[in-house]
Design a protein around this ligand. Structure first.
Ligand SMILES: NC(=O)c1ccc[n+]([C@@H]2O[C@H](COP(=O)([O-])OP(=O)(O)OC[C@H]3O[C@@H](n4cnc5c(N)ncnc54)[C@H](OP(=O)(O)O)[C@@H]3O)[C@@H](O)[C@H]2O)c1
Length: 272
């Protein structure tokens, strides 16, 4: 599939984390191509406003399911409210995620647990439930939003980087497992994206220079992710600098990776 307007008519996509940033950009791009949508995140008013915008701009059917994906049973509930009611999901965009900046021991444990619940557990359960339905139909697309830090242990973002390593490993393996069943799985590995992520993580305006250098718009990243997903690619790192960075990291010894990440992405303790 290319990126033509209307090419996804008759398909329906579920986008998690659609209330902001990259998720909102995915929803807009999928609607532009004609896909029906299920939008999920916690902030319902934002989802309703986006749904209204997409219905009137593209005439697509949009449903809002406001849920906290960090809450027990949320992924199952989302499945029940969609596939459970005969609402086929052809495309799953596992986008919802958050980071928390700071030394591991200095942040409340709850921050670490929430990152694991949303970035890992919710993604895992959604992939399992919707993946089974897709396999039964012998057709489906799953796009996992990982990060360029998936291969990079990052001091001061240790838990976040570890969750993204999980997402990347899972996606690589599932891509092979599910391909014979007609289900495509693709991992997206973006560098910095200009979204609310840094405010949520506690970095605020103090974004490291390397992140600013690679900063892309959510629209650019969403288009690159969907192009890879529908182009049968198993992963995509949008942007030349990010591609080069990823290749250099892979050639480095693991010990050097964490040291380097600290040097280029860590913030001086006094500035925290
Ligand atoms: N920005 C970057 O530089 C960057 C780089 C690489 C990868 N990424 C990844 O890109 C994805 C999207 O992030 P973003 O940059 O667009 O950040 P963002 O603007 O903060 O958006 C994060 C989205 O995740 C949702 N979310 C967070 N916690 C949730 C929960 N408990 N339940 C349901 N939804 C939840 C938020 O919705 P609610 O708050 O309304 O629930 C929001 O829609 C994430 O997976 C992130 O790790 C970002």
């Amino acid at each position: 599939m290319g990126d033509a307007r209307g090419e996804l008519v008759g398909r329906r996509a579920l986008v998690s984390g659609a209330s902001s940033g990259l998720g909102r950009a995915f929803a807009r791009e999928l609607a532009r191509r004609g896909a029906g949508l299920v939008l999920t995140a916690r902030r319902e008013e934002r989802l309703q406003a986006l749904a209204e915008e997409l219905r009137s701009a593209h005439g697509v059917e949009v449903r809002v399911e406001a849920l906290d994906l960090g809450a027990p049973g949320a992924a199952g509930e989302l499945f029940t409210r969609t596939e459970g009611q005969g609402l086929t999901i052809d495309i799953l965009v596992n986008n919802a995620g958050l980071g928390a900046h700071g030394d591991f021991l200095d942040r409340p444990f709850e921050d670490a647990a929430q990152q694991v619940r949303v970035n890992v557990l919710a993604l895992l359960e959604l992939s399992h439930r919707f993946g089974q339905a897709m396999r039964a139909r012998r057709r489906g697309w799953i796009l996992d939003v990982a990060s360029f830090v998936a291969d990079l242990p990052v001091p001061q973002m240790a838990v976040y980087a570890a969750t993204k390593a999980f997402v990347r490993h899972l996606g690589d393996a599932l891509a092979v497992e599910l391909a014979p069943h007609g289900v495509k799985v693709c991992s997206l590995l973006p560098g910095g994206i200009d979204t609310e992520f840094f405010a949520v993580s506690g970095q605020g305006e103090r974004i490291p220079g390397v992140m600013r250098l690679t900063m892309a718009s959510p629209e650019q990243v969403a288009r690159a992710g969907l192009a890879a997903l529908f182009g049968w690619r198993r992963s995509v790192a949008p942007g030349l600098l990010i591609k080069l960075g990823l290749w250099s990291v892979r050639l480095m010894p693991r010990r050097l990776r964490a040291w380097l990440a600290h040097r280029i992405m860590g913030l001086p303790a006094a500035a925290q």
